[in-house]
Write a protein that binds this ligand. Structure first.
Ligand code: PFF
Length: 464
């Protein structure tokens, strides 16, 4: 990362001074302002959600049918809510809590506080998996992990996550890296580097897909991933698909509001939303095409759970020419993608302490770092020494994942949809003034006020 431009210590995601920062982020004349925003938002969206979470959740919920529901959610509610969160940021130039208070009064600020708590809670389990990425990067660098024997890979992975010292240390390393980036205020540099590194990750995924789909037995996995069998859909499946759609777009945590606050007044919001959704979905689909054929080829159970990516990837690399180098490049790029997402979760929490309680930046970063470690440690330990601790029949990690992704995130989306579609609609709709596709204005409102509540309440009702 030595080529990162030296950027001043101004926070990317602070909620104050947003408009002047906007120029700094998006002022690259040749690309126009929109690209800066799209890359920053896509950098947050594309991360472990696509490469780690998506494949294993598809694996647990029946393949193609899940993919179809996921795509349906992203293209309708996902785009509508991306646009809604961007609108809040654009109208106020502030982060979510301040934005809602300014436009809706003191009671609405609570929605912002809950969304910020959601960001913090997501971060706390995100860093556990971020730690796995760090550990696997170290392992491929020292050449110890590549093997075609799936059973050995499963037992190595299980032993690693069950080891309290190894998992806490790697989680700490990942969290430390995130905090250093936020404290040094080099997010802009990171976002700019993302301009090259994200496409690099996509290209590398294509390369790995080429190997994965030509493995003997891989066709069954492709068919399973791409052919919907709607008989396997249950309420739980719908809830997972909806939650994952929001999670993979970084919705419900106030993130997009903050990035939207940097948008210059002339940026076209609707097409930006479509772009972010497209890139995030593409990342999920590529990850699915990479992992699931290999799962079938190596005889791993598709419902093996959160370890799926970490178990199958080394097996694919072991069967590739220059597999060792490809593995290093892959885990490096995955680590980078995970860091850009983690930074986007860390920064709003830090900005919240600065804006709402007038903390200084240094102590705020340290406080978030310590709190995340304390909150994340039980999640990390729940794969090993605390695996017997069950709350509502779930491990601590599962419970944190479930409550944030499937409950708090959709709840945040629901509130924002209502706020934009009902509470401030006459103002909100002005963000689409001058857009050529005026037909989208009423469609957007219907999506916010009708489809979003029906889908979210319906899915909660079905599954809870
Ligand atoms: N979208 C990220 C991912 O898929 O890895 C996770 C995420 C980041 C969720 C930021 C929410 C958020 F605010």
């Amino acid at each position: 990362m030595s080529h990162l431009p030296d950027t001043p210590a101004a926070p990317l995601v602070a909620s104050t001074g947003a408009t002047s920062d906007a120029l700094a982020i998006t002022g690259r004349a040749t690309w126009g302002s929109r690209l800066g925003f799209i890359l920053a938002a896509a950098g947050s969206a594309v991360g472990l959600g696509a490469v780690w979470k998506f494949p294993y959740v598809v694996g647990q919920h029946g393949g193609g049918a899940f993919l179809a529901v996921y795509l349906g959610c992203v293209l309708t509610l996902g785009v509508a809510l991306l646009l809604a969160e961007m609108t809040l940021g654009r109208l106020t130039g502030k982060s979510i809590t301040t934005a809602l208070r300014e436009l809706g009064g003191r009671r609405w600020a609570w929605v912002g506080r809950i969304a910020t708590f959601n960001a913090f809670a997501i971060l706390s389990f995100y860093v556990v998996v971020g730690g796995w990425t760090v550990a696997y990067l170290m392992r491929v660098m020292t050449g110890t992990v590549l093997a075609s024997d799936a059973e050995r890979l499963v037992s190595e992975f299980s032993a690693f996550i069950a080891d309290p010292v190894a998992s806490l240390a790697s989680m700490g390393a990942f969290l430390g890296l995130t905090a250093v980036i936020v404290a040094a205020g080099v997010q802009k540099g990171i976002e700019r580097a993302g301009k090259w590194l994200m496409p690099a990750l996509f290209l590398l995924m294509l390369l790995v897909i080429a190997r994965a789909v030509t493995l003997p037995g891989a066709m069954a996995g492709i068919a399973w991933f791409l052919t919907p069998d709607f008989s396997v859909i249950s309420g739980a499946t719908l809830l997972e698909a909806l939650g994952l759609a929001f999670f993979s777009l970084s919705l419900g945590a106030g993130m997009i509001v903050v990035y939207g606050s940097y948008l210059p007044k002339d940026a076209r919001l609707a097409s930006s939303a479509v772009w972010v959704a497209t890139l995030a979905t593409l990342a999920c689909c590529l990850a699915g095409l990479m992992i699931l054929p290999a799962v079938f080829a190596f005889g791993v159970a598709p419902n093996a759970g959160p370890g799926l990516t970490f178990i199958t990837m080394p097996a694919i690399f072991a069967q590739m020419p220059f597999g060792h180098l490809v593995a290093i490049a892959f885990f490096l790029l995955l680590l980078f993608a995970a860091l850009t997402s983690a930074v986007s979760l860390f920064e709003p929490v830090t900005a919240f302490l600065i804006d709402e309680y007038q903390w200084r930046r240094g102590p705020a970063v340290v406080a978030v770092l310590v709190a995340t470690f304390v909150f994340g440690a039980p999640a990390a330990l729940s794969f090993g020494v605390w695996s017997d601790v069950r709350i509502f029949d779930r491990t601590i990690f599962d419970l944190m994942d479930y409550t944030t992704v499937n409950l708090l995130t959709p709840a945040g989306g629901l509130c924002v949809a209502w706020f934009i579609g009902a509470r401030i609609w006459p103002t909100a709709r002005t963000v689409l003034d001058g857009t050529r596709a005026q037909w989208f204005v009423p469609v957007w409102r219907v999506l916010l006020l009708v489809l979003t509540p029906i889908a979210i309440f319906g899915v909660w009702y079905q599954s809870l």
